[in-house]
Design a protein around this ligand. Structure first.
Ligand SMILES: NC(=O)c1ccc[n+]([C@@H]2O[C@H](COP(=O)([O-])OP(=O)(O)OC[C@H]3O[C@@H](n4cnc5c(N)ncnc54)[C@H](OP(=O)(O)O)[C@@H]3O)[C@@H](O)[C@H]2O)c1
Length: 313
């Protein structure tokens, strides 16, 4: 399927940019799904392989702690963000929940993602830390819970524990982060609950086409972490020049590049102006040559030196 075909439907919806409108979107696997509701600001929803929908755009919270985390989440909700990405390792699950609660938004109107940290995978029972995540995130349910890093010898045990929570209704969907195709292959040999998302490092310096294609080949959605390469790509002339054409910032151009690749994207910011700016990406469209020029910045390098087959944390 051509990229244009993939983005056509969400763009029609985005053009209307209205709360409560309904439109068609092609799924991450290229399958057209039935009409899905659209989030505020024209954010498309993506249907996961279990039928649950996830906003294609959301808010990252790594390094946001204390009051900064609470205020940033509140600001994000005010600006229309509905997907929030936290993790045990970020030590801010309670603050993310506090921000959501203080905003007054209904629980059903937000999508919360968290992840089990490596040390909690290595120190069973994994239930202890999962119970704690649920408690910190409002004690009701978590929309999507992921294995944060593929701790080889603990993946199966952790996955099977996570499946119990899906059966109990305390976690709606499960997935993983930083999985290479061989990790996915191995997990699918025993998984009874199908993974829905693989969250991996994707930005213009690390475009990850093979891993994204492989992930989608398993009918699993790909989600971009560090989508702005932690701000490091924002000085690139190629990106700034494209921004001038559309009267958009470098960050908006890069985030739009993720959207047009069909990726779920979760930029982080503690700056209210950036929080407002980053979500305003559903009113323009990059050309094929813009997309190619941004992808041309690829160096196959991780911003944090992350290697899922060899990590020390
Ligand atoms: N699964 C994993 O292993 C993993 C790893 C890393 C990250 N993640 C997730 O992915 C999320 C996003 O990644 P990230 O936090 O590493 O970094 P990022 O979103 O790529 O970049 C964040 C940086 O960009 C700056 N920024 C944001 N918007 C901007 C704008 N409009 N103009 C200029 N600068 C801007 C922010 O500064 P200001 O605050 O000043 O705006 C911050 O320094 C994380 O927060 C986390 O939820 C997951």
């Amino acid at each position: 399927m051509k990229r244009r075909d993939f983005i056509k439907a969400p763009l029609i919806v985005a053009g209307t940019a209205m709360l409560g409108k309904v439109g068609m979107i092609s799924g991450f696997s290229g399958i057209a799904h039935a009409a899905l509701p659209v989030e505020p600001m024209g954010i498309p929803n993506i249907a996961l392989n279990n039928g649950i929908t996830i906003p294609q755009f959301g808010f990252g919270t790594w390094t946001l702690t204390g009051d900064t985390a609470v205020k940033s989440v509140r600001a994000a909700i005010e600006h229309g963000y509905r997907l929030f990405d936290t993790a045990q390792a970020y030590r801010n699950e309670a603050q993310v929940w506090q921000g959501i609660k203080e905003s007054g938004i209904a629980r059903k109107d937000v999508f919360i993602t968290s992840k089990i940290w490596t040390s909690n995978m290595r120190n069973p029972p994994q239930r202890t830390s999962i119970d704690r995540s649920i408690e910190l995130l409002g004690s009701d349910y978590i929309d999507l819970f992921m294995i944060h890093w593929p701790v080889k010898e603990r993946i199966r045990e952790t996955w099977e524990t996570m499946e119990e929570y899906v059966k109990k209704g305390l976690i709606r969907s499960i997935g993983f982060s930083n999985f290479n195709p061989h990790h996915i292959d191995a997990l699918l040999q025993y998984a009874k609950v199908k993974p829905v998302v693989n969250q991996i490092e994707i930005h213009p310096y690390h475009t990850q086409e093979p891993n994204v294609a492989a992930t989608r080949g398993y009918d699993i959605a790909a989600q971009s972490w560090s989508p702005l390469a932690q701000g490091k790509v924002l000085h690139e002339k190629v990106i700034l020049d494209i921004g001038k054409k559309y009267n958009k910032s470098a960050a908006q151009v890069v985030l739009r590049w993720h959207i047009e690749r069909g990726l779920i994207v979760i930029p982080r910011s503690k700056n209210p102006a950036h929080i407002a700016e980053n979500i305003r990406i559903f009113d323009f469209e990059l050309s094929e040559s813009d997309m190619a020029a941004i992808s041309g910045l690829n160096r196959n390098t991780s911003t944090i030196g992350a290697d899922p087959d060899n990590f020390s944390w």
